[in-house]
Every structure is written in C-alpha cells, then in structure tokens.
Design a protein around this ligand. Structure first.
Ligand SMILES: Nc1nc2c(ncn2[C@@H]2O[C@H](COP(=O)(O)OP(=O)(O)OP(=O)(O)O)[C@@H](O)[C@H]2O)c(=O)[nH]1
Ligand SMILES: [Mg+2]
Length: 295
C-alpha cells in the first residue's frame, strides 16, 4: 500500500463531523491522488449534496457513498471484455505510449499472461531505436515466446505485416506489438497507425476475411499523475485508443487518474502493472481497485 491510500483511509476512517473544512480537505486529497482538479471538485460537491440529502453526519459514513460514486465513474468505461482474448479470431494488440512508460515491459508481461492458455507472438514494431528490438527479443527468449523483428529504421507496418503472416501460418494468437516511444506529433501518429491499419485490412482481405480483432492499448506511467491524462487525451484524439495499461503502480504512484480517464475520455484501464517482473500485471477490477483506498 502506498502513502496516499493510507492518507485517505485515515481521513475517512473516523467519526469526525462533516464540516466545510472536511470537504475542502477531501477535495485536496483527491487532487493529490491525481483525480484532476475538475473531477475532484465535482466529486466533493456531489458528495456534499448527497450527504445533506441523506442526513449523513460523519466522515466514515461517507465511505459507502463515495464508493458507489467512484464505481459509477468507472462504469462509464467498462474494462472486462477488452482484457480477454476473442477465441475465434486473431487478436492483435498494439501497445502505444510515450518514451519510457513501460511499453516493451508491458508487451512482455502480456505475452507471459496469455502464454498459459494461448500461443502469443511478439512483434518488435519499435524500429526507432537500435536496442528496442533486442530488448523485446530478450524478453521473448526468456519467456519462450517467438519475436518477429526487422532491422533498425525498418517500416513498423512491415514488421506488423510479417508478424501477421507468421501468426496465421504458425497458429499464434495473440499478436502483441511493441511500438516506438516518441512523443508523437498527432499527424505522425495518425500516419503510422493508418499504415498499420491498411496492412491489417489488406491482410484480412487477402485471407478471405480471416478475422482480426485489433486493439490499441495505451501504456501510461501512473507516477506521472495528471500528465498521463494529457497523454491519454492526445493519443485518444489522434487514434482512438481501446484501453489503458497503467504501469508503475508500485512505489509512489497514487493512481486516481483512472477516474478522469473513465469520466472525461471513456477510456477504461484494462491492466495495472505494479513491478518489473513478468507476473506484475493484473486485470483491472474496478471494485477491488476502489477498495484499496476506501475499505
Ligand atoms: N517499478 C516498475 N517499473 C516498471 C514497470 N513497467 C516498466 N517498468 C520499468 O520502466 C523502465 C522502462 O520500461 P520499458 O518497458 O523499456 O519502457 P518503454 O515504454 O518500452 O520505453 P521506450 O521504448 O524507451 O519508449 C524499465 O526500467 C522497466 O523495468 C512497472 O510496472 N513497475
Ligand atoms: Mg520500449
């Protein structure tokens, strides 16, 4: 458990009265927890109104109310189906994100996660840095998962093309593709992804409509707080992402960012990562998550 979750538990865990000061402090705590100022204020205003209406008098009594409000927020972006593979089609998972957020590690963690019941294939579509493909290949070797890679500066869409061929001919599923971590300008990102889209469409057509379920996951570093929100907004506006992998939720991360992600952009968090090991990835469960700081 990290410090912020301790703080909010302590703050809501007593029978102190619901004064103006209480609501102000709660607002500050939510902002500190990365809810973003707008959502923190809205939450506290709604909570205050509900407490008045239902004649709630003490801090600890607000917990259940806050719990259901936060659950409602997350239901704006339901996460469960996206975490599971569709068994009858080839699942293609593209991992996007800015520099250093944990894309490559998350690709490897997903391969490790799905490896139990499936036969994943990794694709090194980060062709920007020389070491990027090697980093993914090393993970692949450790996990016993095949990695498709080209040379540095190769076309990312060509890597995806070859990986699709390999997936179909070798019976691999899912195909998990790592991408380059540049802070994409909007147009560069759209260009790269529309090329990948074309490759996927072409491949589907060529294989008699061989179906592909294509998901774009955005990796966000939980320690970057509300800056992660800005990244989500930029990527979502550019290419419409299907879900978030929230990384580095260990250590100092507060993680309230999942709420504005759901409320403002309807983007669900699908996975949470809390360490560098392969097993440190978890399917996001809204209720369990809220319990980490409200129960
Ligand atoms: N503590 C912790 N560290 C993580 C987690 N995920 C990734 N890391 C670390 O973060 C660093 C960057 O991870 P990468 O997977 O290389 O990030 P990337 O987004 O692929 O980086 P670029 O390819 O350079 O853009 C590495 O040292 C990882 O071990 C996590 O959930 N928790
Ligand atoms: Mg990488």
């Amino acid at each position: 458990m990290n410090k912020w979750t301790d703080k909010i538990k302590l703050f809501l865990g007593n029978t102190s009265e619901l004064t103006e000061d209480f609501f102000e402090q709660l607002c500050d705590l939510l902002i500190e927890g990365d809810f973003g100022a707008a959502l923190a204020m809205k939450t506290v205003e709604d909570l205050e109104a509900r407490c008045k209406k239902e004649k709630i008098k003490t801090a600890v009594q607000t917990k259940d109310m806050l719990f259901s409000m936060l659950k409602e927020y997350l239901s704006a972006a339901s996460a469960i189906p996206a975490a599971e593979l569709e068994g009858t089609v080839l699942n293609v998972i593209l991992i996007l994100g800015v520099n250093g957020v944990g894309k490559t590690t998350s690709a490897a963690k997903l391969a490790a996660l799905y490896k139990d019941k499936n036969k994943p294939l990794l694709a090194a579509a980060d062709t920007f840095r020389a070491a990027a493909a090697d980093q993914l290949k090393i993970h692949g070797e450790r996990l016993g998962v095949r990695t498709v890679a080209h040379k540095q500066n190769a076309d990312a869409a060509a890597v995806i093309h070859d990986a699709l061929e390999a997936a179909y001919s070798g019976g691999y599923n899912p195909l998990i593709a790592d991408t380059a971590g540049r802070m994409h300008t909007k147009s560069a990102l759209i260009e790269e992804l529309s090329k990948i889209n074309r490759v996927i469409e072409h491949f589907t057509a060529k294989n008699n409509g061989g179906k592909i379920l294509y998901k774009k996951f955005l990796a966000l570093d939980a320690t970057t707080g509300t800056n992660a929100l800005f990244q989500a907004e930029t990527f979502n506006n550019a290419v419409s992402i299907d879900g978030v992998i929230l990384t580095k939720f260990d250590s100092s991360a507060r993680g309230g960012v999942v709420f504005p992600l759901a409320v403002n952009f309807h983007v669900p968090v699908i996975f949470i990562c809390d360490g560098e090991k392969y097993e440190d990835i978890h399917r996001f469960n809204a209720e369990e998550y809220i319990k980490t700081f409200l129960k």
